[in-house]
Design a protein around this ligand. Structure first.
Ligand code: GLN
Length: 486
């Protein structure tokens, strides 16, 4: 096994493929062997080497004919929220165990068109509901930095796989933080683009007004390279933004001179782990040295994000998950008396506790008599949160802030749903406003677990966010640190 390949970036691998120093098949074989060797992490749910190798051979043919692009032959893996024709698509739920989709999600199809080679499907929280990947029906995922710690969630298979060198880049989905938080917990770089830029077609729906596809990789540059192939208008998605994709790498080297970075000072205060605070403060200082202007800001509306988010996402989840009735697809109970009994038993047997909890909350807030008090109120506050961000972005170019109050927590430490929900306080505001966000590695805690900071931008400013992250990664090496044993 060529161990030097394990933590190579997409950009490095792309050059090696173009120079014919390595073939797509060799790369695929390398990562397939690593996935097999590190099965204990439980990062992957479905791996089919013969399908992967077939894609790799096709990529090698394209490269040989001179028809390859920068991503041709680069391996990636998909969160098991994206449906795929060749691998089972389960959303980590017993409800969809073994389900084979008749089509590929648009994001999956786009990466296929770019010649990328899929390594398989990644574990996650059931229907992407959670923050620690402890809610998967197929078992928890371990954090490669510390086997007592969660890898973050819901894209915990994606974060663990990238951090452990089981793929160079992975897709994830972020509804309320599910790319940014796991990226921070495992020391990798994550991006959630503007809502509506990547297609939701073929993404198993959790909360449709929030669900956004994105990426977890080693560097901002890698995310920029892959993002260009991922986004774009899709007529199959009614909320897809009719805006062409772009070359997200074009601003990478712009630097941060004169850039106004807003810091919500209150978020840096009480409740934040002191070592996390110190690492983020050091990053702010470094940006100042690189020529950025640091501006203190206030986001009082955003502080209402958690209750608003949990009303909205549960309402939408209760509607979206009603399609799983045992009639059309998914799990069906073996024994039942009539149709109603069949639906009840099928749902009771196949949904885990967290989807059930959210279906009940969602049904409640949408019911007659409570709709105005909860759902409508939440939508109004959501609008205020968006407006507050848009106002703020008149005075600053990006916002830099924490992602969570601490590092990856121990398994079981967030078992109480209310404390789990409250831990999303720094990530849900950008989701409610549909804004792009990133997670960038910026330190190591004395507990041995990684620290990251969050960047939030105005809609459609992914290229700028990526360049701000790239500037940081040019003067630091946190993104180059890897867990021992991998
Ligand atoms: N932790 C949040 C939740 O449980 C976010 C999930 C997500 O972004 N998919 O809903």
């Amino acid at each position: 096994m060529r161990n030097d390949l394990t933590f190579k970036t997409v950009s490095e691998l792309s050059k090696m493929l173009a120079a014919k120093e390595i073939s797509a098949v060799e790369l695929a074989e390398h990562f397939l062997a690593r996935i097999e060797a590190h099965k204990d992490l439980n990062a992957y749910l479905d791996v089919r080497p013969e399908v992967t190798l077939e894609q790799a051979r096709a990529a090698d043919r394209l490269i040989a004919e001179g028809k390859g692009g920068p991503l041709t032959g680069i391996p990636l893996a998909h969160k098991d929220i994206f449906v795929t024709k060749e691998w089972a698509s389960t959303a980590a739920s017993k409800m969809l165990e073994g389900y084979m989709s008749p089509f590929d999600a648009t994001v999956v199809a786009k990466f296929k068109e770019a010649g990328m080679v899929c390594l398989g499907k990644l574990n996650c929280d059931e229907f992407a509901m959670g923050s620690g990947n402890e809610n998967s029906a197929f078992g928890k995922v371990f954090n490669p930095w510390d086997n007592q710690a969660v890898p973050g969630g819901s894209s915990g298979g994606s974060s663990a796989a990238v951090a452990a060198g089981l793929c160079p880049i992975a897709t994830g989905t972020d509804t309320g933080g599910s790319i940014r938080e796991p990226a921070a917990f495992t020391g990798v770089t994550g991006i959630k683009p503007t809502y509506g830029r990547p297609s939701r077609f073929g993404m198993i729906a959790f909360a449709s007004s929030l669900d956004t596809a994105g990426l977890l990789g080693h560097t901002a540059e890698d995310c920029a390279m892959a993002l260009g192939a991922m986004v774009g208008f899709d007529p199959n998605d009614s909320t897809s933004v009719d805006r062409p994709t772009e070359d997200f790498t074009r601003h990478l080297n712009d630097g941060v001179k004169g850039l106004r970075i807003g810091v919500p000072r209150k978020w840096m205060g009480e409740g934040l782990d002191p070592e996390v605070r110190a690492s983020i403060e050091a990053a702010i200082e470094q940006y100042r040295e690189l020529g950025a202007e640091i501006v203190d800001i206030e986001l009082p509306m955003a502080e209402l994000g958690v209750p608003v988010y949990y009303v909205v996402c549960c309402a939408e989840a209760s509607t979206n998950l009603s399609r799983f009735d045992g009639v059309r697809y998914g799990h069906r109970a073996q024994e039942y008396t009539d149709i109603e009994d069949m639906i009840r038993k099928s749902r009771t047997e196949a949904f885990g506790d967290e989807p059930k909890r959210r279906i009940m909350i969602g049904t409640y807030v949408l019911s007659h008599g409570y709709f105005d008090a909860y759902y409508l109120k939440a939508q109004k506050v959501r609008r205020l949160i968006s407006e507050e961000f848009h106002q703020t972005f008149k005075n600053v170019d990006v916002i830099l802030c924490p992602i969570t109050t601490g590092t990856a927590y121990d398994f079981g430490a967030n078992a109480d749903p209310v404390s789990a929900y409250l831990s999303d306080l720094y990530t849900v505001p950008a989701s409610l406003a549909g804004l792009p966000g990133m997670s960038v590695p910026c330190g190591m805690h004395s507990n041995g677990r990684p620290i990251g900071f969050q960047l939030i931008g105005e809609t459609f400013t992914e290229a700028r966010l990526l360049s701000v992250a790239h500037a940081w990664q040019g003067v630091t090496d946190w993104h180059r640190r890897h867990p021992t044993g991998y």
